[in-house]
Write a protein that binds this ligand. Structure first.
Ligand code: TRP
Length: 470
C-alpha cells in the first residue's frame, strides 16, 4: 500500500484506506496489543485483587470498551480526520474540539512513559542474548540495573523513541502492516509456550486461584475504576487513537466485526499474560501488588530461567520473547505518536517528517523523569505525598483517568450530540446492516456514560470523605 495523501493530510476524496479489512484489524490490534496487555494488565490486576479484578475487567471490556471502540471507529471513518479535526467537522465552532485536544495531549504523555518501559524490553533483549537468564539469576538485581541506572534507562528510552519516530515518518500503515502480520501469530505462540511452562511450575495452583477465584470483598470503587481505565488503555481508547485509525478504514468494510475482532484479540492476550505472571509469581514466593512497574519484568525473567535445556532455554526464549514484546510495543507506540503527528500534519500543515520528530522529541524529554523514577532519583521513585513513583503517577493520571474522561466525553458526544442515528448510517455504509445496532445504542447512550459517571462521582466523594452509595 502507498503512503500518500491520507498520511499527509490531503483532501477527503483522495484519502487512502487500509489495504483490506484484515489489514485494518491487524493494525488496530497492533495498536491495542502491547505493554498494556503484558505489563499493564498483570500489574494492575495484581494490585487490585486478581480474580475480582478480572471479572470487572471483562465486564468493562464487553459493556464499555467494545461500544466505545465502535464509537471511535465510526467517528474516524465518517470524518476521515485526526481527533481534533474530527470534532471540528462534526461539531463546528463548538467546545468539543477540546476532547480532541485532550486526546492529543494524553497521547504525548502516554508515549513519554510508554517509551521508557519499552526501553526496558530492549535492554532485556540484550540481557537475554548475553545469557543473563539462567537458573539462580538475581532477577531483582537485573531489573535494578536496567531501570535504576540513569544512563541505560534514558539511553534505551531514546533508542526506542528514535525507532518509533523513524517508523512513523515512513508512514504508519506500511510499517504496521508489515510488522503485525508476522508479529501477532509469533507473539501468540510464544505466549502459549510460556503459559504452558508457568502453569506447570510447582506451586502454580496458588497463582491460578488468585487469578480465577474471585474474592469480591476486595472490590471497591478504586478496583472498578482501575478495571475500566485498564480496559481503555489496553484497547487504545479514550484519546482518539481509534478515531485516527478508523479514519483510514474503507467504506466497503464492516465496522462492527472489526471492532469485535480487535477487542477479542486484545482481551485474549491480556488474559494469557495473567496466566503467565500469576502462577510464576506465586511459585517464586513473591507477593502480587508489590514491586510496582518492575514486578512483571522480575517475574518474567525468573520464569525464563526455568526453561530447559539449561542454560540455552533461557537465552532462546528470553531473546524471542522480549524481542516480540518490543515489537508489540512499537506497533502501539506508533499509534500514540501518530495521533499528535496527524494533528500537526492535518491542522497545522506541518510536513510529516518534522511533525513526527517534534512530537517524538517532546515525548522523549517528558519521559526523562519517568526513566529516572525506578531507583535512579530517590524523590522521583517515591513522589512525596503521593506514594507512587513518577512513572506510575503518570500512568494513573493519563493512562487511566484521562482516558476514562476522554471515553466518557466521546460516548456523550456520539450518543447525545451528534446522535446514534447518523452514527448508525455510517455503520450501514457498506452493506446496509448494523448487527447489534440496538444493543450498541443502548450501551453507548446509557450504560457506558452512566457507569463512568457513577464511578467518577464515587471517586470524588471518596476524596472528600463522603459516602454516597454506601
Ligand atoms: N493499547 C496499547 C497497549 O496496550 C497502548 C496504546 C497505544 C494506547 N495507543 C494508545 C493506550 C492509545 C491508550 C490510548 O499497550
Amino acid at each position: 500500500m502507498e503512503t500518500n495523501s491520507a498520511m499527509t493530510g490531503g483532501d477527503l476524496a483522495v484519502r487512502d484506506t487500509w489495504g483490506s479489512k484484515l489489514a485494518f484489524i491487524l493494525a488496530a490490534a497492533g495498536s491495542a496489543i502491547g505493554l498494556g496487555n503484558i505489563w499493564g494488565f498483570p500489574t494492575v490486576a495484581g494490585q487490585n485483587g486478581g480474580a475480582a479484578f478480572l471479572v470487572v475487567y471483562l465486564l468493562a471490556v464487553a459493556f464499555i470498551g467494545a461500544p466505545v471502540m465502535l464509537a471511535e471507529l465510526i467517528i474516524g471513518r465518517r470524518t476521515q480526520r485526526n481527533p481534533v479535526g474530527a470534532f471540528k467537522a462534526l461539531a463546528p465552532d463548538s467546545a468539543w474540539v477540546v476532547v480532541g485536544a485532550l486526546g492529543v495531549l494524553t497521547g504525548v504523555v502516554i508515549l513519554s512513559f510508554y517509551s521508557v518501559i519499552a526501553g526496558w524490553t530492549l535492554a532485556y533483549v540484550w540481557k537475554a542474548v548475553t545469557g543473563t537468564f539462567v537458573a539462580g539469576a538475581d532477577t531483582e538485581a537485573i531489573f535494578g540495573h536496567v531501570a535504576g541506572d540513569a544512563l541505560p534507562a534514558i539511553g534505551w528510552h531514546l533508542v526506542f523513541m528514535v525507532i518509533t519516530v523513524t517508523v512513523v515518518i515512513g508512514g504508519v500503515r506500511k510499517g504496521i502492516e508489515r510488522w503485525t502480520k508476522v508479529l501477532m501469530p509469533a507473539l501468540f505462540i510464544i505466549l502459549l509456550l510460556l503459559v504452558a511452562r508457568a502453569v506447570t511450575l510447582p506451586g502454580a495452583g496458588v497463582g491460578l486461584d488468585f487469578y480465577f477465584k474471585p474474592d469480591f470483598s476486595k472490590l471497591d470503587v478504586n478496583v472498578v475504576l482501575a478495571a475500566i481505565g485498564q480496559a481503555f488503555f489496553s484497547l487504545s481508547l479514550g484519546m482518539g487513537a481509534m478515531i485516527t485509525y478508523g479514519s483510514y478504514i474503507s467504506r466497503k468494510d464492516d465496522l462492527v466485526s472489526s471492532a469485535a475482532w480487535v477487542t477479542g484479540f486484545d482481551t485474549v492476550i491480556a488474559i494469557m499474560a495473567g496466566l503467565i505472571i500469576f502462577p510464576t509469581l506465586f511459585s517464586a514466593g513473591l507477593e502480587p501488588g508489590t514491586g510496582g512497574p518492575g514486578m512483571v519484568f522480575v517475574v518474567l525473567t525468573s520464569l525464563l530461567s526455568t526453561i530447559p535445556p539449561e542454560p540455552i532455554g533461557g537465552v532462546i526464549f528470553g531473546t524471542l520473547f522480549f524481542l516480540l514484546l518490543a515489537i508489540a510495543a512499537l506497533t502501539s507506540s506508533m499509534s500514540l505518536l501518530e495521533v499528535a503527528s496527524a494533528w500537526l500534519i492535518d491542522e497545522r500543515k506541518v510536513p510529516r517528517k518534522k511533525a513526527a520528530i517534534t512530537i517524538g522529541a517532546l515525548a522523549f524529554i517528558l519521559g526523562i523523569p519517568s526513566a529516572l523514577a525506578n531507583g535512579a532519583v530517590d524523590w522521583l521513585s517515591a513522589l512525596p505525598g503521593v506514594g507512587l513513583d513518577f512513572l506510575s503517577f503518570l500512568f494513573t493520571i493519563f493512562g487511566q483517568y484521562a482516558l476514562v474522561v476522554g471515553a466518557l466525553l466521546i460516548s456523550i458526544f456520539i450518543a447525545w450530540v451528534w446522535g446514534v442515528r447518523p452514527a448508525g448510517e455510517e455503520v450501514r455504509a457498506n452493506d446496509g446492516r448494523f448487527p447489534l445496532g440496538r444493543l450498541w445504542s443502548f450501551l453507548i447512550r446509557y450504560v457506558a456514560p452512566l457507569a463512568i459517571v457513577a464511578i467518577l462521582v464515587q471517586l470524588v466523594a471518596q476524596l472528600f470523605g463522603w459516602s454516597l452509595f454506601g
